[in-house]
Design a protein around this ligand. Structure first.
Ligand SMILES: Cc1ncc(COP(=O)(O)O)c(C=O)c1O
Length: 406
């Protein structure tokens, strides 16, 4: 069965396709849905905003200022913040700023991390085995010069980063990283890895950018940086910040952010007709306030733990050699024997099984995107019963999948 691609309804933890099939949703629109679909408090704030103001496009609105204050209150690296509409715009702006302030051209990213669609960074995410160690652009038509200026290192490998820095001494403007590479499921940073990057970048005058477009607000109000205690120079945010409304942000140290032309004398161009749109700002404010007032993270972390433990028990019971991965609200099963420390380890994942397992779950009304290495997300609207139902369906599917049994 191929995925039902036409949806007509989304409510709480359930999405409904055009044929009227309900699915328990773990795709969460690639991550934004942290509270649940169509969350009443968020919708209400957007509706109130619609009744009051729409796009003005000059100066600021009160909601944009309130939201900026919230981001700076919560995200440790945020002294100042600018809003745009997508994570790709945010990472583009962060890289451009890093190049401007350092006067250097090259960027380091990590194999397996995704930072958006632009030529600066759209490469080396789910790279085929034969291309590992080579440049692997995501798109035809990318500018060769832009690709050449982006160097690829291995996640969790400080020696590789150190070697790359030595080989390109004085040429690296920024290191950009998903602190947990969620675009290949969930690979956790080993103790000392992010700390090591912080030290190396500080010593070498390199801008450290945490791309928290997935992890920000999903793993804590302060992003993963709050949990791991490593503060980057710049941070990009998006997705779970507004529970599905289109908004993203770049934030960081004042001395860097002041170089944007949104400040007098700033020389780094930053613009966008819809930047700071009041509807999206209202959605983000409402989302953050719900997370502040209700036990959102406690709930999604508890259900995440319950899911991972339940999956682990099923694998053990059925004697299946596979690896349960995840953090907080994120979970998935890799069909490989761990441990998983970097993308190369994930080449062992049985892709066919990974996809067919998820297709079978869809037949049972559970939606986990049937695409290799994609993560699953739990929202505040998921219940214990949802998790138990998912575990029962998973056990049924795995029990009848002979190729995974020992
Ligand atoms: C970590 C990360 N950064 C940036 C982006 C790009 O965000 P957008 O799709 O909003 O442009 C994504 C999108 O999946 C992402 O996962």
């Amino acid at each position: 069965m191929s995925p039902p691609l036409a949806f007509i309804r989304a409510q709480g933890s359930v999405i409904t396709d055009a044929d009227g099939h309900d699915f328990l949703d773990y795709q969460a629109a690639f991550g934004p849905i942290i509270l649940g679909h169509n969350f009443p408090e968020v919708n209400q704030r957007v509706q109130e905003m619609m009744a009051r103001i729409d796009l003005v496009g000059v100066g600021q609105t009160d909601v944009e200022i309130d939201l900026a204050r919230k981001v700076c209150e919560h995200i440790p690296s945020a002294e100042k913040v600018l809003f745009c509409n997508s994570g790709s715009e945010a990472t583009y702006g962060a890289v451009r700023l890093a190049r401007a302030v350092t006067g250097r051209k090259k960027i380091i990213k990590f194999q397996g991390c995704y930072h958006g669609w632009h030529d600066y960074l759209a490469m080396n995410v789910i790279t085929p085995a034969e291309k590992l160690g080579m440049r692997d652009p995501l798109s035809a038509g990318s500018l060769e010069e832009a690709l050449r200026a982006t160097l690829i290192c291995e996640f969790n490998n400080l020696e590789d980063v150190s070697r790359t820095l030595q080989q390109n001494r004085g040429e690296i403007a920024a290191i950009i990283i998903e602190p947990i590479p969620h675009n290949i499921g969930c690979v956790l940073p080993q103790p000392g890895f992010l700390e090591g990057l912080r030290e190396m970048t500080r010593e070498n005058g390199i801008i450290l950018i945490f791309d928290e477009v997935v992890t920000g607000f999903r793993h804590s109000l302060g992003g993963y940086q709050k949990l791991c205690g490593v503060t980057p120079d710049l941070t990009t945010l998006g997705k779970a910040m507004a529970n599905g409304y289109p908004i993203a942000a770049i934030c960081g140290k004042s001395e860097l952010m002041d170089q944007f032309n949104t400040r007098q004398g700033g020389c780094v161009f930053f613009a966008g007709t819809y930047n700071g749109h009041p509807f999206a700002c209202a959605a983000a404010l409402a989302t953050i306030e719900v997370m502040e007032k209700q036990r959102v993270h406690e709930h999604v972390f508890r259900l995440g733990e319950k899911m991972r433990k339940g999956l682990q028990d099923i694998l053990q019971l059925l004697k299946i050699k596979a690896t349960v991965a995840g953090f907080g609200s994120v979970f998935l099963i890799y069909f490989l024997e761990g441990p998983v420390n970097n993308y190369a380890d994930l080449l062992q994942n049985d892709q066919e099984l990974f996809v067919s397992h998820r297709r079978k779950l869809m037949d049972r009304g559970i939606f986990q995107l049937p695409l290799n290495l994609k993560r699953n997300h739990i929202s505040f609207s998921h219940t214990d019963e949802d998790i138990e139902r998912t575990l029962r369906a998973t056990e049924e599917v795995l029990a009848t999948t002979p190729s995974v049994r020992e």
